[in-house]
Design a protein around this ligand. Structure first.
Ligand SMILES: Cc1cc2nc3c(=O)[nH]c(=O)nc-3n(C[C@H](O)[C@H](O)[C@H](O)COP(=O)(O)O)c2cc1C
Length: 127
């Protein structure tokens, strides 16, 4: 199914947003927002128990490097909008030790490991 338009409601006008006059809200277009930070803000406002961020766009699939450079911005957004939501990162994290290192360094709560388990079935082991 193809959506003609899909957006994230917000109160704040920013460049590239469209005003839906009938509803009185501005919407972003996630497909034009390469890293979907506004979409994350919307999700975090839903009072989620936990959120896992895949650190890639849908278009990139697993073919591009995961955007670890966005982690500080995402953690700051979680801290601002939903400090009680546990934040997990996914993408190019190959084993437990590097996941724990990243989580400690950047202040998020856990990781999801995908292809790491295909390389090393013991990648979740503590030592
Ligand atoms: C064998 C395999 C199956 C996957 N199946 C799904 C899936 O059904 N749905 C999904 O959203 N992601 C799926 N993924 C993507 C992973 O959830 C993950 O986002 C991706 O592998 C990136 O993490 P990584 O760099 O640790 O591998 C799959 C990945 C692998 C390796």
């Amino acid at each position: 199914m193809q959506f003609l338009h899909f957006g994230v409601p917000t109160q704040e006008e920013k460049p590239g947003m469209n005003l839906l006059e009938a509803l009185g809200v501005y919407v972003t277009d996630p497909s034009a927002d390469p890293f979907m930070i506004e979409w994350l803000r919307f999700l975090l406002r839903q009072d989620l128990a936990a959120l896992t961020v895949h650190l890639r766009t849908k278009k990139e699939m697993s073919k591009a490097l995961a955007h670890h450079e966005l982690i500080p911005e995402i953690v700051a957004l979680r801290n601002e909008v939903a400090p009680r939501t546990r934040l997990h990162m996914n993408g190019d994290i190959m084993d437990r030790a590097s996941g724990e290192r990243l989580a400690r360094e950047f202040g998020f709560d856990g990781v999801m490991i995908g292809r790491g388990v295909l390389v090393d079935p013991y990648c979740f082991a503590t030592a």
